[in-house]
Ligand binder design. Sequence first.
Ligand code: AMP
Length: 484
Amino acid sequence: MTSSFSNLSLAEPLARAVAEMGYETMTPIQEQAIPVVLQGKDVMGAAQTGTGKTAAFALPLLQRMMKHENASTSPARHPVRALVLLPTRELADQVAEQVRLYAKYTNLRSTVVFGGMDMKPQTLELKKGVEVLVATPGRLLDHIEAKNAVLNQVEYVVLDEADRMLDIGFLPDLQRILSYLPKQRITLLFSATFSPEIKRLASSYLQDPVTIEVARSNATASTVEQHFYAVNADDKRRALHQVLKSRGMKQAFVFVNSKLGCARLARSLEREGLKTTALHGDKSQDERLKALEAFKSGEVDLLVCTDVAARGLDIKDVPAVFNFDVPFNAEDYVHRIGRTGRAGASGLAVSFVASSDQRLVADIEKLIKTKIDLEPLEFEEDRPRAPGGAGDQGGNNDGRRMYREGAEGEHRERPERRERREHLPHRQAAAPRDPFFDQPYEVNAAPGTAPAWEADTKSASSRSGISSNIKPKKKVAALFKTPS
Ligand code: AMP
């Protein structure tokens, strides 16, 4: 059963903002979390970006803070009462933008601070006084040290994407930040998974939390055509060229597992004539924005990225996602391929599997509860001119060399099977169906209308992909076509 926001008795300014954003029914995480947060309980929530998680914590927190709402211009009347911590600049910025929209008809103020940008404008905002502070841990500590942020009146803390924060190594920073906060507070923790580390974090900082999990997290959209090709590690670049060419694809995300690998691969692909940019955690904010905008404008065709850098990126409908490296974490596979085939559009997800990756593929198989067939990849340039030539792999009577790795017999494809597949437009993964995943938030949408999160309700700046919080430097601004 989906319930409406009108059942929540939100304060009028919040209800108005929600209505203006076009939300009608609550998403599962909202249905479950909002009443619990309204009651003032700690929450441990398993939910990912895209589930409506931000509203699930922001709306009840704003509702609870309404009692402090005042129109005074004095900074002292607007102390930080809610602190939202996120692992990356992009995520922090996106969450802050949503909080701003939900609070726009109230006198509650919000701002965002993250690294890679000048501290001065952030300092000015903090000094004016804000009730909701969205931050990445490192930059927040800088502001605490500079005495720009006073956190002794914080009543609510949200640790969002907590698993990512731990992955990045933010635990010591989090511990320090939490040590500055009043003990008496409400703490909400959201994470894609409840790993032992997350559970430890929760047991240290949460009090009798209510656990909330939304079912969709490990499903893959049925609109995504998934392929797993058995490829020698050294031939992956060649395989990428081959698939792009044979599919007539121009743009794609290419995922790798390390920053170093990311930079290297981007350089190699660029040398091989593909317009490529790398997106990884060491890139400055300006560089990341520049890369994203270049991709959106079509100036760049391939965005080679790491999971951390790509998490939360506001890019929808990427035609194809390549797992150049099979992710170490099966959940990352779901995140990665979630960039394509969104909102009913069809997408392509291609994973290149070296023999050492078989265990990782088995993990993915378990997680998405779908049998994965490793397919051979056949390279055009390997096709011999005459049947039975040098490339013949005895058993392929058409003389084409089947590309495979590891246990040969396992990956050799019977010609009749290949033939069958070639007649299919594409192979759809028979992922377990969760209607929410397949059609998120579209329940009340008229056929053909854009889903709420893509509707044209965003500000002009967020439509262009750049939030008003991110002021690019001049050179970059010219590229974005926004005033600097
Ligand atoms: P989030 O998971 O918080 O990043 O939200 C993903 C997108 O869904 C955002 O663009 C939200 O504005 C949108 N959204 C959140 N809740 C709802 C809802 N109940 N109905 C429609 N759209 C929503």
